[in-house]
Design a protein around this ligand. Structure first.
Ligand code: SAM
Length: 273
């Protein structure tokens, strides 16, 4: 069994009984940075063999971990802070185990993106997690361009020294009036949520140096009312779908769902066309 064990994102009080037990009961622990994990284990009074599993050794180390799991051992995977596999190593190991039929289970716990979203004051019903923006200008621009019309709340991770540049890019893409919540030092003594606009955030950080770890929660774009299609346009869609290999019945059903035209109307029109 592979256990994904979350660890505190700043407050040791967030260690749960299940996290502690999973670490105690595992045969070995795979850690992103063994020195960081050693500190946590010392705090918990747990002594356990550690192997390193991080971005640059994940292929080789992942195979070794998998072999041990296949021989019946239990592994607890931890990252430096928060939930493993969320902007952290782990995703690949989970896939490797799943493909090899090794059971994987995750213990719920601290995760910066959910903590930030909950206190952001922005809509939580539909959201998208975007992780870190690339430092490569081309892929960074492409990523943001993709999000130009995104209507869901967007969540980003950011380091303090890149915050100002990111806010400038956000302001260009989303506009100066778009709302943003800058959540920093979550669960720590100086936790803060600055709920403002892009222009407000830029103004604030011109005067105050960014400090600590940030989650940026950005309001989605206002949905644009789609123009209603005419019956002729809907009929064209039906013909297109038939040309792509759908049966008339299936094409009519899917275009009816898409446009709101009743199936009978579309079907009759398709027969006459
Ligand atoms: N796996 C982690 C999780 O579950 O949240 C995320 C790891 S990612 C490498 C680290 C980023 O998470 C930081 O750069 C920051 O954006 C965010 N983060 C982690 N701890 C945080 C905290 N206490 N307050 C605000 N952001 C935090």
């Amino acid at each position: 069994m592979l256990y994904l064990v979350p660890t505190p994102i700043g407050n040791l009080g967030d260690i749960s009984d299940r996290m502690r037990r999973a670490l105690e009961e595992a045969d070995f622990i795979a850690a992103e940075d063994t020195r960081v994990t050693m500190k946590l284990l010392n705090h918990l009074g747990i002594s356990k063999p550690l192997v390193s599993y991080y971005e640059h050794n994940r292929e080789k180390s992942g195979q070794k971990i998998l072999e041990r799991l296949l021989q019946g051992e239990t592994c607890a995977l931890v990252s430096d802070a928060g939930t493993p596999a969320i902007s952290d190593p782990g995703e690949d190991l989970v896939r490797l185990c799943a493909d090899a039929g090794v059971p994987v289970t995750a213990i719920p716990g601290p995760c910066a993106l959910i903590t930030a979203l909950c206190i952001s004051g922005l809509p939580t019903g539909r959201f998208t997690f975007e992780g870190f923006l690339s430092v490569n200008q081309k892929s960074r621009r492409a990523h943001l361009k993709d999000l130009e019309r995104e209507t869901r709340t967007m969540i980003f991770y950011e380091a303090p020294h890149k915050l100002l540049a990111t806010l400038q890019d956000f302001s260009q893409v989303f506009g100066p009036d778009r709302r943003i919540s800058l959540c920093r030092e979550l669960t720590k003594l100086h936790e803060e949520a600055l709920r403002t606009t892009m222009a407000g955030a830029l103004e604030h950080y011109k005067e105050t140096a960014p400090r600590g770890e940030y989650v940026l929660v950005v309001e989605g774009a206002q949905p644009v009312e789609e123009e209603a299609l005419t019956l002729d346009q809907a009929l064209e869609l039906v013909q297109e779908q038939i040309a792509q290999g759908k049966s008339k019945k299936d094409a009519v059903r899917s275009v009816s769902e898409l446009t709101g035209f009743p199936k009978n109307t579309l079907y009759d029109a398709a027969i006459k066309a």
